[in-house]
Design a protein around this ligand. Structure first.
Ligand code: F6P
Length: 547
């Protein structure tokens, strides 16, 4: 139990002692030593975590907790390919996907790098052919549009990276293909995509680890019908469909030649899979060299995580700060605020990464965790969030720790904009830390006490600031790997399995009979609420079908 650990209890006492201390006191006078102590650089990222409610003593106790919880031991077990995903009896070896070709990674005694390298070679060749126009559709035309059909980890990661690196889409001298991502089983998404496509110049990646996911298979089937209805012959579909999966039988059964399948393996969790062939859309969108740079950035962060002492280890520090707020301040949510439109999908990616990994209530040994686990992760790109929910973050009744992330050089330059963007990012973090007291308002000449009451900012609200110079594939790779490892560190402290996702099963199972019922089948046993919802839907769907 994490709560039985010596450092956990020491932190409880310590929290009592410092919870009313104002951070701004630590910044009065010369705070340069504090900033130097509570900041570090790794793999192209600069992390300033000085605006957190921590003293050197807090920090020491958090590091002690990381050690007592076994973070170093579990990290080494992950890198050694042990079956740390115990409930599925599998390794979680996504780090091998971005490792050097001669790295010694093994799963169940078998070296994995040769398989990884051979898929990468095929990805390089395929991406090169499509991007250069050498790969043609069935009617001999080059590919202009690529549709990735997938959901969850087979969508959010590659979609986020393609968005983040879109400024590099034609950097290798090739015309950038237009990228489309279809995930939802809501037909609106696919229908709205199809009207923008020419079937003769469209390539589809059906991306699914299991190749059984309802949404993905429904969209893939509809897409196939669309090709056939648009005049692409069955025999020509091989020029328009490729698969990314671990399930060769299901790929064959769907009608995709395994020669057009890019493999990955069951020891890669969906939300950790963008580094595998799941990243094919990335290689197609920005070129294979940029994809390789992304892998290299992930590798640089892996090396840091594996070798840096824990008190200078970015994923460990960020993970433990998250534990500090979630478990000792009992804060239920955390906000990701990238000050970069290019990174606008990072919060959605992070939501799956953290909440699917650590949204658990049972420990590895089957006992209930006696502490809160994953916070709710949310956010959007700055400055937009400032004009939506930052009011609550500044003056709401509950504290929300924020991670600010910003590239110092804008991916796309427009005179004067970037200084404004960065200024707002830094100002938000400063305002959250400092606040604004009633005395300061009075000193500025305000006399209306009612107004003053409304204009006080309590401050003392924590944030991290992560800076990168340029938003390159390399640094993006490091950023993603940083959050992957941060998630892992927290899972270790909570003693849960961050690599399974049993919680998504029940809803899927219950949806099957309901779908049949909505399609006119006999209605089975349901609670009164669900039965009423089904009846209302049947009434409308029935008349729609008749119309
Ligand atoms: O429903 C959850 C989930 O299993 C995710 O973990 C996964 O990333 C997603 O569905 C998609 O799964 P697949 O790649 O097998 O289609």
């Amino acid at each position: 139990m994490p709560t039985d650990l010596h450092a956990w209890n020491a932190l409880l006492h310590h929290h009592d002692a410092i919870r009313d201390t104002q951070m701004r006191e630590w910044f009065e006078g010369d705070a340069a030593p504090r900033v130097a102590q509570f900041s570090l650089e790794a793999a192209g990222l600069y992390l300033d975590y000085s605006k957190n409610r921590i003293t050197p003593e807090t920090f020491g106790l958090l590091m002690q907790l990381a050690e007592e919880a076994g973070v170093s031991r579990r990290r080494d077990a992950m890198f050694a390919g042990e079956h740390i995903n115990a409930t599925e009896d599998r390794a979680a070896l996504h780090v091998a996907l971005r490792a050097a070709a001669n790295a010694p990674f093994k799963v169940d005694g078998k070296p994995v790098m040769p398989d990884i390298q051979s898929v990468l070679v095929r990805m390089r060749s395929f991406a090169g052919r499509v991007r250069s126009g050498d790969w043609k559709g069935a009617s001999g035309k080059p590919i202009t549009d690529i549709v990735n059909i997938g959901i969850g980890g087979s969508d959010l990661g590659p979609r986020m990276v393609c968005r983040a690196l879109s400024h590099l889409a034609d950097a290798d001298g090739n015309a950038a293909p237009r990228m489309h991502f279809v995930s939802n089983v809501d037909g609106t998404e696919l229908a709205e995509t199809l009207v923008r496509l020419d079937p003769h110049q469209t390539l589809v990646i059906v991306c699914s680890k299991t190749f059984t996911t309802l949404e993905t298979m429904a969209n893939a089937c509809s897409m196939r019908e669309w090709f056939l209805a648009s005049g692409v012959a069955q025999s020509g579909l091989a020029r328009h469909f490729v698969a990314v999966s671990t399930n060769v039988d299901a790929v064959r059964k769907f009608g995709i030649d395994p020669a057009n399948m890019f493999e990955f393996w069951d020891w890669i969790g969906g939300r950790f899979s963008l580094w595998s062939s799941v990243g094919l859309s990335i290689a197609l969108a920005v070129g294979f060299n940029a994809f390789a740079d992304l892998l290299a950035g992930g590798r640089a962060m892996d090396e840091h995580f594996r070798t840096a002492p824990i008190e200078r280890n970015m994923p460990v520090i960020m993970g433990m700060l998250g534990i500090w707020y979630r478990n000792f301040f009992s804060l239920p949510t955390t906000c990701m605020a990238p000050y970069s439109t290019s990174l606008e999908l990072f919060p959605a990616f992070l939501q799956q990464l953290e909440m699917e990994s650590n949204g658990k209530s049972v420990q590895l040994d089957g006992r209930r965790v006696r502490a809160h686990t994953s916070p709710v992760v949310w956010g959007t790109a700055g400055t937009n969030g400032q004009h939506a929910y930052f009011q609550q973050i500044h003056q709401g009744s509950q504290i929300v720790p924020v991670d600010f992330v910003a590239p110092l050089v804008p991916p796309r330059k427009l005179s004067g904009h970037h200084a404004k963007l960065l200024a707002n990012c830094f100002a938000q973090a400063e305002a959250l830390m400092r606040g604004r007291s009633a005395d300061e308002l009075r000193a500025a000449g305000m006399t209306d006490e009612l107004r003053i009451a409304h204009m006080v900012f309590e401050g003392n609200r924590p944030s991290n600031t992560l800076l990168m110079e340029d938003l390159t594939p390399h640094v993006l790779g490091a950023l993603i790997a940083l959050y992957e490892h941060r998630t892992f560190v927290q899972g270790v402290v909570w003693n849960i399995n961050s690599f399974d996702q049993w919680g998504v099963e029940l809803g899927k199972i219950l949806a099957r009979p309901i779908e049949a019922e909505l399609s006119g089948g006999a209605v089975g046993q349901h609670d009164a609420s669900t039965a009423t919802l089904i009846a209302r839907a049947r009434a409308v769907l029935g008349s729609e079908n008749e119309a």
